[in-house]
Design a protein around this ligand. Structure first.
Ligand code: SF4
Ligand code: SF4
Length: 87
């Protein structure tokens, strides 16, 4: 349907952002996902991957914690949790 806005995570490995992400990070619940790939489309870091329902994940090495994936998900299957959460 849609391709990611950015073709690859960051522009190189030097752009890994895990050390300065915002205070929250996305958690993929894997309960109600319909594989619409909207989260993949909006992620500015193109760090979300997945194919089938309830298989989508993000690479925290690139995720900035912007929360766009959680906002766009039509099934509320992504929630933002505190950075220091052990979940
Ligand atoms: S919080 Fe932002 S950067 Fe992280 S996976 Fe979601 S859309 Fe991508
Ligand atoms: S936006 Fe939500 S429902 Fe769509 S693929 Fe991503 S996690 Fe699944």
């Amino acid at each position: 349907m849609f391709g990611p806005l950015i073709s690859k995570p960051g522009t190189s490995k030097r752009n890994k952002t895990g050390s300065w992400r915002t205070e929250s990070k996305p958690k993929f619940l894997h309960k109600n996902c319909i594989a619409c790939k909207m989260c993949v489309t909006v992620c500015p870091e193109a760090c979300i991957t997945g194919d089938q329902k309830n298989t989508f994940i993000c690479d925290y090495s690139y995720c900035k914690g912007c929360g766009m994936c959680a906002v766009i998900c039509p099934k509320q299957d992504i929630v933002m949790i505190p950075e220091d959460s052990k979940e």
